[in-house]
Design a protein around this ligand. Structure first.
Ligand code: IMP
Ligand code: MG
Length: 202
């Protein structure tokens, strides 16, 4: 049995769907690649202006934020460092955050007195980022702000102060450009909306 077959068997045992060709369940391309890249360049320019004369630490929330971070950082012209943090908000197979978050990978840097900008793929209910912000604020950074690529504003359950927002999006489950459906499709260069019925039926 090949490694990928072993992986598929394991997913089957866990009740997690195996990946299909996304053409079978995509509802629409919500944000095409060129629009994503144009907006990310604008965000980078805005961050460069706002942090002029300062050092900056980007904290990427793994794994969804990683594509956004690596594109965004190329448009930032102030001295910038990067760090990673992983949070588990819900397991594969679930579609919404219950408000329980767990740090599965913590920062390796002391952020005390640093200008910290948290880089996130998407804000939905807001529970994940609210917890992350509380945790980071307790470490006394000089400043602490949020930059999210996508914002599902209508789904918000708790207040999170978003300083930089790429796109406000409707209440759709989206995938691509770092965002996964059951851990796959992060590699696609655009943001697509899922037809959940077609995805589950397949
Ligand atoms: P929140 O705690 O409800 O704000 O959820 C935030 C996290 O849920 C994000 O960082 C994503 O990992 C995940 N998430 C929320 N909506 C979507 C989506 O439409 N597609 C993929 N992941 C999502
Ligand atoms: Mg995320």
């Amino acid at each position: 049995m090949s490694d990928s077959n072993a992986l598929y068997q394991e997913r089957k045992c866990l009740g997690i769907p195996n990946p299909q060709d996304y053409h079978q369940f995509i509802k629409s391309v919500l944000i095409p690649e060129d629009a994503l890249q144009r907006r990310i360049a604008e965000l980078g320019a805005e961050i460069t202006r706002d942090y002029a004369g300062k050092n900056l630490l980007l904290v990427c929330i793994l794994r969804g934020g990683v594509m956004f971070l690596t594109d965004l950082i190329r448009h930032i012209q102030v001295p910038v460092m990067m760090e990673f943090m992983a949070i588990s908000s819900y397991g594969a197979g679930a579609r919404s955050s219950a408000g329980h978050v767990r740090v599965t990978l913590d920062l390796a840097t002391d952020i005390c007195n640093l200008n910290v900008l948290v880089v996130e793929d998407i804000i939905d209910s807001g529970h994940t980022l609210k917890s992350v912000m509380e945790l980071l604020r307790a470490r006394r950074p000089q400043s602490l702000e949020i930059c999210t690529l996508l914002d599902k504003v209508v789904r918000r359950e708790v207040v999170v102060p978003v300083r930089y927002r790429g796109f406000e999006i409707p209440n759709e489950f989206v995938f691509g450009y770092g965002l996964d459906i059951d851990e796959f499709y992060r590699n696609l260069p655009f943001i697509g909306a899922v037809d959940l019925e077609k995805y589950q039926a397949a």
